[in-house]
Design a protein around this ligand. Structure first.
Ligand code: UD1
Length: 337
């Protein structure tokens, strides 16, 4: 029996693949390379010393999914395949709703058809919206302020409703906080399309000289230094969280939600200073106005994941900045190197 990983060549999907292969699971990867590279597959084999089936295609394509589910013996799906750029989702809402929502529905219909009723879903802390205090707990009210956020919220809801309609389903919604870092080998990492939207890839591109300076979006928030506070989590901790979630999913029915965060908040300037000190580089930065839609502080309560999944994040902010920088310096042009 195998675990099907949609979006397996992406940032979080690739690190989770390493974790599952190292834990002895068989995996099958699916990706359309819309935001990833075929080179990831060779690198995954290099890191793990293992081979695995791969299918290039879209989860919107029913014939493609028929091929995968017919050829492979799948027992659980980890569903990463989705678009994730907030700004682009505002410009192109239909692109986001079609890919993320229709893609998930198509996948779920095929899972039902082939009697594969275990799914671990890639959700986001974005569903906590703008009004909840930190630490955020899974029972807090959810909301969205952009199409990307709405897609995550709707996908969680669809999965929860499916589980409620049929007790043989097992649904695990994982709400990620801010994943950064990369595998210690420097072989896989985050590869943003164009100019990064997220803080860490922007910092590494400034550090390597691709971008002139970092824009710090606001220094007048009610936080210790005035800049936004987030729960940065090493992508390898996130990957081990998926392993714990898979084990839980396979032994429980119904729908559950878990935060995957560290429970610690760091400011934009904490991240910049730690990056500079640990990697011996300078990050020129300029304070700008606040970015629309940002909140002051967002960090997880990791208690439920700790109690129920027996999982907690282990890596430090220093580990995260070091591994992000190693990935950037060993692959200045991403997977083209
Ligand atoms: C963002 C998305 C969130 C999504 C997540 C996925 C927004 C408003 N939120 O989270 O929905 O789930 O990415 O990765 O886009 N910052 C700067 N300068 C920059 C970039 C960021 O100062 O160039 C600051 C931000 O204001 C924020 C912090 O850095 O305080 C983290 O930003 P980012 O990495 O974009 O993550 P989120 O906004 O938390």
């Amino acid at each position: 029996m195998s675990i099907l990983i949609t979006g397996g060549a992406g940032y979080i999907g690739s690190h989770t693949t390493v974790e599952l292969l190292n834990a002895g699971f068989d995996v099958v990867l699916v990706d359309d390379f819309s935001n990833s590279s075929p080179a990831v597959l060779e690198r995954l084999e290099k890191i793990t010393g293992k081979k695995f089936p791969f299918y290039q295609g879209s989860i919107l394509d029913t014939e493609f999914l028929d091929k995968v589910f017919t050829k492979e013996d799948i027992e659980l799906v980890i569903h990463f395949a989705a678009f994730k750029a907030v700004g682009e989702s505002v410009q192109k809402p239909l692109k986001y709703y079609k890919n993320n929502i229709s893609g998930t529905i198509t996948l779920l219909e095929k899972m039902k058809e082939y009697d594969v009723k275990n799914i671990v879903f890639s959700s986001s802390a974005t569903v906590y919206g703008t009004n909840n205090p930190s630490p955020m707990t899974e029972d807090m009210p959810t909301s969205a302020i952009n199409p990307y956020g709405y897609t995550k919220l709707m996908m969680e809801q669809i999965l929860t409703d499916v589980a409620a309609s049929d007790p043989s389903w097992s649904v695990t919604n994982l709400r990620y906080f801010n994943p950064i870092g990369a595998h210690e080998s420097g072989l896989i990492g985050e590869l943003p399309n164009g100019i990064p939207n997220n803080l860490m890839p922007y910092i590494t591109q400034v550090a390597i000289g691709k971008l002139p300076e970092l824009n710090v979006f606001g220094d007048d928030y009610p936080t210790p230094d005035g800049t936004g506070v987030r729960d940065y989590i090493h992508v390898l901790d996130l990957a081990s969280g998926h392993l714990a979630a898979v084990k839980y999913n396979l032994s429980h029915k119904g729908a559950e939600i878990f935060n995957l965060g560290t429970g610690h908040g760091y400011s934009v300037l904490d991240l910049v200073k730690t990056f500079e000190a640990e990697n011996k580089v300078t990050i020129p930065y300029r304070i700008q106005g606040r970015r629309a839609g940002d909140i002051a502080t967002c960090y997880a309560s990791p208690e439920k994941a700790k109690e129920v999944l027996g999982w907690e994040a282990k890596k430090t902010l220093k580990d995260m900045v070091r591994d992000s920088w190693r990935w950037q310096t060993t692959n200045p042009n991403g997977y083209e190197d």
